[in-house]
Write a protein that binds this ligand. Structure first.
Ligand code: TXA
Ligand code: MG
Length: 408
């Protein structure tokens, strides 16, 4: 098994005359020199030195801009070439932006973990552009898997299947299954095709932060640590793919996402939900689901109840913060916003997700709004909760994770 710490490159000691330099190269954007100690002789004078310091190693992060529906082949070839050379590239998908690297190259995949600060026991999704690639990555494609691929691929569905031997352990965190998805984004598909490789890609954010839905978000989190970012505008769905485990007798949703439970039921009749999705004490079968996620700087607290109850709770919050010591964010629907008093104090910052009936719109705004509140430097974000039907299940899953289970 791999250990749980982030990856460290080897610690090395160099000798320069009498001077010892201890180098601890973590990654781009991190430390390269830890300490220098000893003595140097300049013009016959001996200087004793003993420094401990950090230097930041920065990489040039290139940006390629193009329209989502009109991928620029020349620019994509440059990005694909960097993938082939073992570098990491941020790219748009229809769900969120991903941070891609050659899935078959352990050293390249290590760079993903390093740039994100991702724990090594959290496996990655491998992205493909055709079924031939899938065949090389799994031991067998069952008729059920085939049916789901035909129906939902390319699209926001990740299938967990028994892995073949070519999939490195670093991708699966030592497990014998691999998660695979074919994204429905012209840029992502072309990038995979041009790189002629399966591409491992988690969401392109610092681990624990809200997933990126624009290239700007990727830049904020990873500039100087990755080789490039393909800017293809805003990612459409705004939350990640549904992770569906096909290694169980009845397929199990490990993470709700862009394809809903209702859509599966319509197609294959029955699916289970991982118990950990509703029982906070259970261990999730998807390792990534056990970590705190999607957290802005501010504390997030969910507001539960019907419209009137939520309005009353908000009024209470505002009156209890009468001396304005806290800067309070309200992440709410248009309906709740319209029912609020007009003369809100300046210490209250309102971010509207959209109309309650427009689940797609609200979901696509969620991560952007969480980052927006960070920019406003609020101390706490009170977030409205929504029914968990259709895409609402994914929306509420991300909100509950962002809130770390805190609600009133
Ligand atoms: O929409 C998405 O899925 C985005 C875009 C970039 O494709 N990617 C994404 O990757 O969300 P990431 O790494 O942020 O989330 C992957 C999730 C994690 O919860 C991880 O634990 C789970 O998939 N996962 C990966 N391999 C798995 C496996 N073999 N078994 C169970 N869960 C797995
Ligand atoms: Mg993620």
């Amino acid at each position: 098994m791999l250990n749980k710490k982030p990856y460290y490159l080897s610690k090395t000691k160099h000798k320069l005359g009498q001077t010892k330099i201890e180098v601890c190269p973590l990654a781009y954007g991190k430390i390269i020199i830890k300490s220098i100690s000893g003595s140097v002789c300049i013009n016959g004078i001996i200087f004793k030195i003993n420094y401990n310091f950090w230097l930041v190693k920065v990489m040039e992060t290139r940006i390629w801009r193009m329209k989502a529906d009109n991928p620029d082949l020349n620019k994509l070839k440059e990005a694909a070439q960097l993938i082939k050379q073992g570098e990491t590239i941020g790219f748009p998908t229809e769900t969120v932006y991903g941070l891609g690297a050659n899935a078959l190259d352990t050293e390249a995949v290590k760079k993903i973990f390093l740039a994100k600060g991702r724990p090594s026991d959290n496996p990655l999704i491998v992205h493909v552009y055709n079924l031939k690639q899938v065949e090389t990555l799994v031991t067998r494609i069952t008729p059920l898997a085939q049916k789901l691929m035909n129906k939902f691929w390319p699209g926001p569905l990740t299938l967990v299947m028994p892995k073949s031997r070519i999939v490195p352990d670093i991708i699966t965190a030592g497990m014998d299954t691999v998660a695979i998805r074919m994204p429905a984004h012209p840029i992502a598909l072309k990038l995979i095709e041009l790189s002629e490789l399966p591409i491992a890609a988690p969401s392109a954010n610092i681990s624990g932060k809200p997933s990126p839905t624009t290239a700007e978000h990727v830049w904020q989190d990873l500039k100087g640590k990755i080789a490039g970012i393909i800017d293809g505008g805003k990612a459409g769905i705004g939350v990640e793919s549904t992770v569906l485990d096909l290694s169980t007798k009845i397929p199990t949703i490990l993470r709700p996402g862009g394809i809903t439970r209702e859509q599966f039921i319509g197609e294959i009749g029955v699916v289970n939900l991982d118990t950990a999705l509703h029982d906070l004490k259970a261990t999730p079968r998807s390792p990534g689901m056990k970590y705190t996620h999607y957290s802005p700087e501010a504390e997030v607290i969910l507001l539960q109840g019907r419209k009137e109850e939520i309005l009353n709770k908000i009024k209470k919050i505002i009156s209890e913060n009468g001396n304005r010591t806290l800067k309070v964010g309200l992440m709410i629907s248009q309906e709740i916003y319209e029912a609020l008093p007009e003369d809100l104090p300046e210490s209250v910052i309102v971010g509207v997700l959209g109309r309650r009936a427009d689940l797609e719109g609200m979901t696509s705004n969620l991560f952007e709004k969480l980052r927006w509140f960070d920019g406003k430097k609020v101390d706490v974000i009170y977030a409205e909760s929504f029914p968990e039907t259709n895409l609402g299940a994914a929306l509420m899953n991300r909100l509950m994770k962002a809130a770390g289970g805190k609600w009133i």
